[in-house]
Design a binder for this molecule. Sequence first.
Ligand code: M6R
Length: 605
Amino acid sequence: MCGIVGYVGSKKAQEYLVTGLHRLEYRGYDSAGIVTIDDHKATLHRAKGKVEELDQLTAANPSSGTVGIGHTRWATHGEPSITNAHPQQSGDIYLVHNGIIENYRELKAELKDHKFASETDTEVLAALIDSFYDPGTKLVDAVAQALQLAVGTYGIAVVSTREPEHIVVARSGSPLIIGVGEGETYIASDASALVGYTDQAVYLNDGEIAVCSADGIDVVDLASRPLTKEVETIEVDMQAIQKQGYDHFLLKEISEQPQTLRSTLNGRVNVADKRIKLGGLNMTDDELKAVEHITIIGCGTAYYAGVLASYYLEQIVDGLTIDVAVASEFRYRSFHLPKNTVALVVSQSGETADTLACLREIKKRGVKTLGIINAVGSTIAREVDGGIYVHAGPEISVASTKAFTSQAAAMIMFGLVIAQTKGADVKDTLPYIEELAELPTEIENVIKNNQSEIAEIAKRYGSYNHALFFGRDTVYPVALEGALKLKEISYIQAEGYAAGELKHGPIALVDDSFFEVGLLLDNWLFDKTLSSLSEVNARGGHIFAITNSKKAIDAETVLHIDTKLKLLAPLVLNVAQQLFAYYIAVARGNDVDQPRNLAKSVTVE
Ligand code: M6R
């Protein structure tokens, strides 16, 4: 989704702005722009398409300005175009904006003196700020007055040719981080844009405005009362945001799951002690013992990780009831949560707007909230009562892979902590603890032993336009996730189904334009899933079966995964289908890391 960068200091701002925007490309965007100010004069560059277009513009017309702001735009109001790209200008001010100003039509109607050039809500906000920016008024005060009238979400950065010594930033619902350097200050909507420049940062909260200059920052609230902010250390290193020799971030992120999962489990899974230890829950033993219901909230892959975890949690914790909900639906439902509920709020980015809105709704009802979050310091991570950081490292590719595995593992660990606190028999919890400890190596094996076979298989299925994924029990959520992964990066229309549901509708689709991915676990439901396969075969299906069983399977293609895991084998099978989707997308020549129309973190509704 949109990205913001800013710089004020003694160096040429343009250099950081362009690098910063390249770092934010992974979030998804369709146009980009920067403005720098030199000697009270602005140099504005905007381009449709990739940041590379800006590289050319800035090379042809370099600016020596030491203050500037930049933006990558993911269109919400108005098509992707140079006119709609940010920065948007009004009078002396230039504005970049993430989020949506919901009352922009009403505001626009009032701003009769401004001639609007774009279709954006952002230009309306720029004009609104400008309307308060009389001679003698400070930019920060004009911004504060305008924001009191704006309804919606925003992360903004504003510069003025009249006050070229600083940048004014503000947030409400859209993240902004201020990087504190030596005699320079950076602004970014995402920590990855600050890596290598500074690791000291101030996270802006909703309702805060900061004036950023080379000497530091002054933060106030919307009523201009001064606030004291803590400077925190960002723990992202340069290696983690580079491809490190892989063709795509997606392949890197699939391949690094053994290590990232070890980071999730490290210090938490103790096989010798037969226990799980989780540090950040902020729950007493009495509170853990009292848990009777878990509600899991997320979007996309985070939601599917929650669905998968729900199967494990009900196996692990005796008597526990669970529901899992898609955040965009849950936030508007008249939901009631039973006594002794804990809500698990699952998000890789920690910034997803719908998930954040659910968190706030749940908190209003006085329910304990725990985050299952990857991005340290993100908004959701800061607003939950406690939680488990999954420590999977930056996930750059839009398609979420390593986060899914780590989120599922984190939620399984949480179930084990509840079970052990409630006094569960170790013989019931130990098999999960042992398999969690083995899981990274088992994932390593599938990547090492099956990758080239999967790449070959992908060649056979790359030309289809429709796919149906199915499985039962713990591989049903894996089928849902497999279909999502395939559709978002290959653009093959794909749906996931519970195998038992095929006869209730989807089997009507089976013909030569379709292929099917059947997930079969070697357990008590194996024969039942085999029946589903036979039914699809009988109708001329083209089945690609993925299984941990050694038994013969009647399918067009069978991938046997050799894993010693029983309970957690679904997470191993999932890695195989991640690779399958990756190789299909590559074969189809797609932009694997930045699939069309998608954004990495969805910070608007
Ligand atoms: O950052 P989050 O985990 O909250 O993001 C949720 C979804 O937007 C995300 O999982 C999305 O579905 C991915 N593109 C799936 O690969």
